[in-house]
Every structure is written in structure tokens, then in C-alpha cells.
Design a protein around this ligand. Structure first.
Ligand code: UD1
Length: 422
């Protein structure tokens, strides 16, 4: 186990480069189940991408991962199963279901359990795949799915624009017979990246990034070569770091178009965010932060994956900020930890009322999930004295070399082994 030790108070200065997107990499890695061969560039080295690669290797794929370049080749005997041991460590493992069914006509995938931020069922994934003709049952904690000949295209209207559900269905439909129309589809940029990757292997997909996606099934896909988009949540997280710590940072590989809502909200707090070119921004803190309200929404609304980091920022703002979480029912676990650092936050249902304080004071805190961990880093960078963050394995699921990137910007942050059992 490791912990972070942060001695707050240093302003950030210099340049940082954003890594490849975790949430785009995962479905693209799994879509190699559908192709003859895959070459993916800009894959971040994270616990989650390593888990995705382990899952494929466990099924019998050959994978070589070096310097962000991932090559995957299908071997002769593929096991169409995803075991509990791997799925329980990463819910996105459910994304193997669609491609396995479509390519091999059968799949056995452990049902993901609950998780810290909410119940997160997969009912919408299963309902949609059934509409394409899959027979699905739950057996001893596993989803067991079969299709007699080939999946058949159909019209699916999602009750909610689920990101993973849309991705699973796209991957199932690309090899299905005929046309699939997905209505009320999720519009997140990672879905566009997945569609672009699949199109390079010969898939026919129109409308990704809108709420109606049309997929015309093909017999087979060829080699897929793709470079993963930059991680918009990592990019937004670095804005929050500059906002709490202060300073001036140039962020390279910044996916501006996918972050307009987030940029606008940080600008409302008084942060200066200037575009230097299509891939680079300069972020600067000039003045005290002003309180601003946010409500999390599906894309292009304010992302739930930035809520915790924005809240940490608002802990230090003048006035009161109202933060509403609309996507997950239990995504305020960071609040108790931020309170340990001296913040003033009250919760009423899915709403947090944040009254800004003049300063935060370091303490020992516990990371509870991936983005909650990032919010504690943001707060720790500004807090007086020392902040120790335990359970940073959550953070390592989704941020590549975070402490090194922050050290290069002048932060006093150290990763140290801990003997504590938590
Ligand atoms: C993805 C992202 C995650 C992000 C989330 C919302 C990945 C690997 N993860 O998660 O970082 O926070 O989108 O932007 O890309 N739901 C159901 N039934 C279903 C599916 C979803 O009720 O079958 C509910 C969920 O419990 C949740 C909401 O819908 O409350 C959103 O879930 P979804 O969009 O599917 O998120 P994920 O794909 O799990």
C-alpha cells in the first residue's frame, strides 16, 4: 500500500502534458476482440488499462504494451469468459460482453457488483443486447449470454443515455446482421473516439456524438490502428490543481472542445484560461476564487467525473457554491474527507452546499474512489501543513504518474509505502 504526503502551499509553475484517455482506452482495448489485429497508441499506463489487458490475456489474446503503444493479436483458442477476480476490480470489464457475443456468439461475464459511488446496475446493457437477439440469464453471479446464429440489428431506445451501455451496444452491433439504431445514446467524446477506432477497421457507424447512432453491421473487421484521445478529466483535474494551489501552468494535449463546460465554470470562479493553440492552454490564478454553482449532467453538461475536484476548489472560494450531483446517487464520499481538512460543506440529498473558507489545514484523509482521490490532492496542495492521503490505489486507476507530474510543477508531494492496513 502507498500513501501521498503533501506539504501544501507551493504554487504550481511550468508545463504538464495530458495522457491518453482512460475512459476511451478501455472500450477501444476491448473492441480488439472484434478485429483481426489491433495497434493502439497513447494508451495510459494505469491500473485500469493493465486490468483490461489482463482480461484479454486471460481470454487467450496476445498483448504487448510498451511506451503507450499496445498491440493485440488474437490467438487460436479464445476463452469467452471474464472471471470475477478481474471484473470485481474494474466495472468497465462489462464492456467485453457486447464484442464477445457479436464475435463468438457467446459470453460469460461476472456481474459487476456495487461500487462506492452508487449501485451502478447493467440492466440497460442487458436489455439492449437482448433486443439484438441475445439470450441472457444470470447464473451464480455471472451473465451468461448466447446467440444462435448472429446478432440482428434492431432499434434501441435507452431509458437513460448510459455511456457504457452505448459502447457495449456499438461493439455488439458492428458485426450484427443489418442496421441498428440507438436512440437516446450517450454523446460523450469517448464514444466518438471508440466509433472512430472501429471505423478504421471497417465498421459502418454514423452519428456518434449525437443522440442517434446508426450502425450497419459488416461480416468482419480488419486491423484496427488508432491513437487514443487525451484524457479530458485529467485535463480538468489539472485546472483544479492550479485553482487551489495557485500559480501558472501550461497544459499540453488539452482537449479543449470536449471541456468547454468545465473551462467556462472555472472561468466563472475567476481562473484565467487562455488558449495558446489548438492543443495547449495556459491556466493562471490571479485573484481569489469566486463561488459558482454546478449541476452534473450527461455530456455536454458538467461531467460527474469533475464534481469532486470542483468541490475541492469551491471549498476555498469566496461566498457559497451549490453543487448538484445528478448522475450517481452516492457520489459525495469526498465530503467527509474534505471536512477533515477544515472545509465547510453540508449535504442535502443530491446537493452539497459549500461555504468557502479562508484556508484548509492538513490532516490524514482516506481516498474513497478515483475522482474523490483527486479532490483530496487538490485540497492538500492548498492546505497548511501536511496532508496524508491513504488508499491512493484508487487514484492509480485513472491518473498516470500524477505525483511526478505535480513534482515537476513544483508541488511538494511524495509517494511513500505505508505499513497501515488501509
Ligand atoms: C462511465 C465512465 C465514468 C463516468 C460515467 C458517467 C467509463 C469507463 N466510465 O461510466 O467514469 O462517471 O460514464 O459519465 O467510461 N445505469 C443504470 N443501468 C445501466 C447503466 C447505467 O441504471 O444499465 C445508471 C448508473 O447506475 C448511473 C448512470 O446510469 O447512475 C450513468 O451510468 P453510465 O453512463 O452507464 O456510466 P458508466 O458507463 O458506468
Amino acid at each position: 500500500m502507498h500513501k501521498f504526503i503533501i506539504r501544501g502551499g507551493n504554487q504550481l509553475k511550468g508545463k504538464v502534458k495530458i495522457s491518453g484517455s482512460k475512459n476511451a482506452s478501455l472500450p477501444i482495448i476491448f473492441s480488439s476482440i472484434l478485429t483481426s489485429q489491433t495497434e493502439i497508441g497513447n494508451v495510459p499506463l494505469l491500473r485500469d488499462t493493465k486490468t483490461a489487458i489482463s482480461l484479454l490475456k486471460n481470454m487467450g489474446f496476445k498483448a504487448v504494451f510498451k511506451d503507450g503503444q499496445l498491440s493485440i493479436i488474437k490467438e487460436a483458442n479464445i476463452k469467452t469468459e471474464a472471471d470475477y477476480e478481474l471484473v470485481r476490480t474494474m466495472r468497465a470489464s462489462i464492456l467485453v460482453l457486447g464484442p464477445l457475443l457479436s464475435k463468438f456468439k457467446k459470453a460469460k461475464v461476472s456481474l459487476p457488483g456495487g461500487c462506492a459511488i452508487g449501485a451502478r446496475p447493467v440492466n440497460l446493457h442487458l436489455k439492449a443486447l437482448s433486443k439484438l437477439g441475445a439470450e441472457i440469464k444470470i447464473d451464480h453471479g455471472y451473465i451468461v449470454a448466447n446467440v444462435k446464429n448472429r446478432l440482428k440489428g434492431a432499434e434501441i431506445v435507452f431509458d437513460f443515455p448510459t455511456v457504457g451501455g452505448t459502447e457495449n451496444l456499438i461493439m455488439a452491433a458492428v458485426l450484427a446482421e443489418g442496421k441498428t439504431i440507438i436512440k437516446n445514446a450517450a454523446k460523450e467524446p469517448e464514444i466518438v473516439d471508440l466509433a472512430n477506432a472501429l471505423k478504421k477497421a471497417g465498421a459502418i457507424i454514423e452519428g456518434a456524438g449525437t443522440d442517434t447512432i446508426e450502425i450497419t453491421g459488416v461480416e468482419e473487421l480488419s486491423k484496427m490502428e488508432h491513437t487514443v484521445m487525451p484524457d479530458r478529466i485529467e485535463a480538468g483535474t489539472f485546472i483544479s490543481f492550479v485553482a487551489t494551489a495557485g500559480g501558472e501552468v501550461v497544459i499540453e494535449n488539452f482537449p479543449y472542445q470536449t471541456l468547454e463546460t468545465v473551462v467556462k465554470k472555472f472561468q466563472e470562479t475567476g481562473m484565467k484560461i487562455e488558449r495558446l493553440n489548438s492543443k495547449t492552454v495556459k491556466v493562471k490564478k490571479n485573484n481569489p476564487l469566486q463561488g459558482t454553482d454546478i449541476t452534473t449532467q450527461v455530456y455536454p453538461g458538467f461531467p460527474t467525473d469533475m464534481q469532486a475536484q470542483f468541490m475541492a476548489t469551491m471549498c476555498l472560494a469566496e461566498e457559497v457554491s451549490i453543487i448538484k450531483e445528478n448522475i450517481f446517487e452516492n457520489r459525495f464520499q469526498h465530503v467527509l474527507e474534505l471536512q477533515r481538512l477544515g472545509s465547510n460543506i453540508t449535504i442535502d440529498g443530491n446537493t452539497a452546499i459549500v461555504k468557502g473558507v479562508k484556508k484548509l489545514i492538513g490532516a490524514k484523509v482516506m481516498a474513497t474512489d478515483l475522482r474523490a482521490s483527486a479532490s483530496l490532492v487538490a485540497a492538500g496542495l492548498a492546505a497548511e501543513n501536511t496532508t496524508e492521503i491513504y488508499r491512493i490505489y484508487h487514484l492509480e486507476r485513472g491518473y498516470e504518474n500524477l505525483e511526478k507530474k505535480l513534482q515537476q510543477l513544483g508541488a511538494n508531494i511524495e509517494k511513500r509505502r505505508t505499513e497501515q492496513p488501509y
